[in-house]
Design a protein around this ligand. Structure first.
Ligand SMILES: Cc1ncc(COP(=O)(O)O)c(C=O)c1O
Length: 368
């Protein structure tokens, strides 16, 4: 299998660690390790201090899987496999799809959600939102389904638009899959970063036997450097497939990362609340920023998650604008070309402390 380059990750690899200002990160600032350990009880601290750096259980340490369970209604440790999110995604697409199978994925989307399926040789249809609201209409999804549709891929809270369905719309998506026995892969990497007053939606794995939920430490918890994520599902075959492939990939997870993730999850609100507060504060700032520049931007605020997608009302394509911005100011912005979604949008990341300063520099650039 030949894998196509991951445009967004290559773009980050090129600039993320060399440029001055980041405008488009999807993760929240990484918490310091000292902050994680400050949350630990005496017992949890011992897990850290007495940790032995051997291999761990390939499905994820039992302590970690037990700490993940309270995030779900119906998931037990044996219904979880811990891996990096990208590894889980890669395995799922390879194990669920054959050349000629049909799948539907949202667009715009994080590229790996559809690219691996495309590289496997599956037939891909895109479910696109209404551009004036970012609403993904379930009727439109229904019209894309075919007799050979094997998989639907959703991602709410959505990267990059911040789209988030009502509980009724979400239930309808599950029903569309369940009525036909279609696997429903739900990337829930930004779960619980729901902006009030939006109502929470359940994890797909809690509502459907063939529902597969993906989540991890990077976004909601601000711990991307742990490289820990997990797949939760009641489908035993799917879980067995992940383990079968994982033996050829990472084999097991990093032992220190598993302990730190366990501690963080046992004190989850200490991570979620500061992140959500930062996101909402930065979002308000950005709303004022765009309102003051109606000739430049058009913005539909996100309803959940740490990112949004702002429209540029300029003649220049977004990629060209981003390149000039980077060159002139050192601000790295991700253009919609990275999402195969036109040439008019930029992703905005609200999870960073430095956001007000980035806006200041951007404001000066637009004025000059
Ligand atoms: C929707 C989505 N899924 C999966 C991932 C991968 O998460 P991680 O960076 O923890 O591997 C990302 C990262 O940006 C994402 O936005």
């Amino acid at each position: 299998m030949n894998v196509a380059p991951f445009k967004l990750e290559r773009y980050f690899a090129k600039y993320e660690f060399t440029t001055c200002y980041l405008f488009s990160c999807s993760d929240c600032d990484g918490f310091p390790m000292s902050y994680v350990l400050e949350q630990a009880t005496a017992e949890e601290l011992q897990w850290w201090e007495q940790l032995r750096l051997g291999y761990t259980e390939s499905e994820g340490s039992s302590l970690l899987r037990e700490a993940i369970c309270p995030l779900y209604e119906s998931i037990r440790p044996q219904q979880l496999v811990v891996s990096s999110p990208g590894e889980a995604n890669f395995i799922l697409m390879n194990s669920l799809l054959q050349p000629g199978d049909h799948l539907v994925c949202m667009r715009p989307a994080y590229q790996s959600l559809y690219q691996v399926a495309r590289d496997v040789g599956a037939q891909l249809s895109f479910w696109e939102p209404e551009p004036d609201s970012w609403r993904f209409d379930p009727d439109r999804l229904e019209s894309l389904l075919r007799p050979n549709t094997r998989l639907i891929i959703i991602n709410f809270p959505h990267n990059p638009t911040g789209a988030f369905p009502s509980p009724e719309e979400h239930a309808r998506i599950i029903e569309l899959a369940a009525r036909r026995g279609i696997y429903l892969f739900s990337d829930e990497m930004y779960r619980l970063l729901t902006h009030p007053p939006q109502a929470e939606i359940p994890a797909v794995c809690d509502r459907y036997e063939r529902g597969i939920s993906l989540w991890g430490m990077a976004k909601t918890f601000g711990l991307a450097g742990l490289r820990i994520g997990w797949t939760a599902t009641h489908d035993t075959e799917v879980l067995a497939n992940i383990l079968r492939y994982k033996d050829y990939l990472s084999i097991c997870n990093s032992a220190p990362s598993e302990v730190l993730a366990t501690i963080a999850l046992r004190h989850a609100q200490r991570f979620i609340q500061p992140n959500l507060h930062k996101i909402l504060t930065n979002l308000r700032l950005f709303e004022d920023f765009v309102a003051a520049r109606p000739g430049v931007f058009e913005f539909i605020p996100p309803r959940a998650g740490s990112v949004g997608f702002v429209k540029l009302r300029l003649a220049q394509p977004a990629q060209q604008f981003s390149e000039a911005l980077l060159h002139e100011t050192g601000i790295m912005a991700v253009p919609s070309e990275m999402f195969e979604y036109g040439q008019q949008h930029l992703r905005v990341g609200f999870g960073r402390e430095s956001f007000p300063r980035v806006l200041e520099v951007l404001g000066q650039y637009l004025q000059g």
